[in-house]
Design a protein around this ligand. Structure first.
Ligand SMILES: Cc1cc2nc3c(=O)[nH]c(=O)nc-3n(C[C@H](O)[C@H](O)[C@H](O)COP(=O)(O)OP(=O)(O)OC[C@H]3O[C@@H](n4cnc5c(N)ncnc54)[C@H](O)[C@@H]3O)c2cc1C
Length: 316
């Protein structure tokens, strides 16, 4: 296969770029290992919602993309070609790398294995069954995901003991003190036990989770670790490890162009754009990038990307 622009892959950033490029008449192929786009914002609430999905949080790519879609994992990237896990090759003039991030400690948040929409919904239903049966739940990590998860569980299941353990002096690092206090207070009002400055680890002696500092022991029957995302950069390791910084993010200039690789662009959670790692910002970057690529292809000048202010730190 051959295309003018290849998009790797179909998260918020990739889909926004693909939709706008296709609309502008640029030949575009989007590749993703899944057959569906997922709105991550909705997942934590859905995980407590009895497996009843209203059909808006996940959509088949075939229903939202007008450009060509190829379902496969990306194995290796080369200067003008990509090799896919299904052994196909796609030649491109320009590539937009939007491979995002995964959440290895909490696959509930971003699935690692469900490549079909049906599998993803079964995964969420299975999680709901486990959650419903649990009586004592320990959530480790008080960033945005841990705080939201604790709130959703405590709000839905009033009879469960929910503990949120965080290894810092306040929840939501990077937010204003007012926001940190408000989140803490709201969780306590919902009955969540918030344990700050704690480090709970599995302990074979007590058969529970023991805090290193206080030696307090918890005996949860469900533990959910919300301790952060990792960039999806495996397909870059063979030929392009030099475009990654020490965090594994792609280094881009102020036009979201990969430094040292003129026909490569990157955005969203995989790129070091200098903004918070948020879906709505990945969409903004995608819209900007599609416009820039079109202008560049027409030989016109391109303005720098205007970063948005956001109080949230880069890592959730
Ligand atoms: C639980 C949760 C709640 C969130 N809530 C919010 C919120 O309220 N507001 C907000 O703005 N942001 C929120 N975020 C952050 C937001 O989800 C991310 O910033 C956003 O998903 C990043 O988009 P992206 O396009 O860069 O990549 P991603 O959404 O990570 O998409 C990457 C895509 O790449 C595909 N992929 C990866 N590797 C390969 C490969 N080798 N081959 C083929 N395909 C591959 C994946 O299948 C995926 O479709 C939340 C995140 C989580 C986890």
């Amino acid at each position: 296969m051959k295309t003018q622009v290849l998009i790797i892959d179909g998260g918020f950033g990739g889909v926004a770029t693909a939709q706008k490029l296709h609309k502008s008449g640029v030949q575009t192929i989007l590749v993703d290992k899944k057959d569906y786009f997922e709105v991550t914002y909705a997942v934590l609430r859905e995980s407590t919602a009895q497996g009843q999905f209203k059909g808006k949080s996940r959509r088949y790519y075939r229903d939202i993309l007008a450009c060509q879609f190829v379902q496969s994992g990306v194995k290796t990237l080369q200067d003008n070609t990509v090799l896919l896990e299904n052994d196909e090759r796609i030649e491109f003039e320009q590539v937009v790398i939007a491979s995002g991030s995964r959440y290895p400690t909490l696959p509930l948040a971003k699935s690692m294995d469900a490549h079909s929409l049906n599998d993803r919904e079964s995964e969420l239903r299975q999680h709901y069954v486990q959650l419903k049966d649990a009586t004592e739940i320990l959530i480790i990590g008080g960033g945005v995901v841990g705080v939201e998860l604790a709130g959703e569980i405590a709000y839905t299941f009033k009879d469960k003991v929910v503990t949120l353990a965080h290894n810092d002096k306040a929840l939501l690092y990077g937010f204003s003190q007012k926001a940190q206090r408000k989140a803490h207070q709201q969780l306590e009002e919902l009955g969540v036990q918030v344990k700050l400055n704690s480090d709970y680890q599995p302990c074979t002696k007590t058969l529970g989770y023991q805090d290193k500092g206080s030696e307090d022991v918890l005996k949860p029957d469900m533990v959910l670790c919300a301790t952060g995302t990792k960039p999806n950069n495996a397909f870059l390791q063979e030929n392009f490890s030099h475009i990654l910084n020490y965090k594994g993010l792609i280094v881009v200039n102020d036009r979201l162009q990969v430094v040292g690789q003129d026909n490569f662009y990157a955005l969203g959670d995989i790129a070091d754009v200098g903004e918070a790692k948020l879906g709505y910002l990945a969409v903004e970057q995608g819209k900007y990038l599609a416009k820039s690529i079109v202008r560049k292809r027409q030989g016109k000048s391109v303005k720098a990307y205007k970063r948005h202010y956001s109080p949230q730190p880069a890592s959730t």
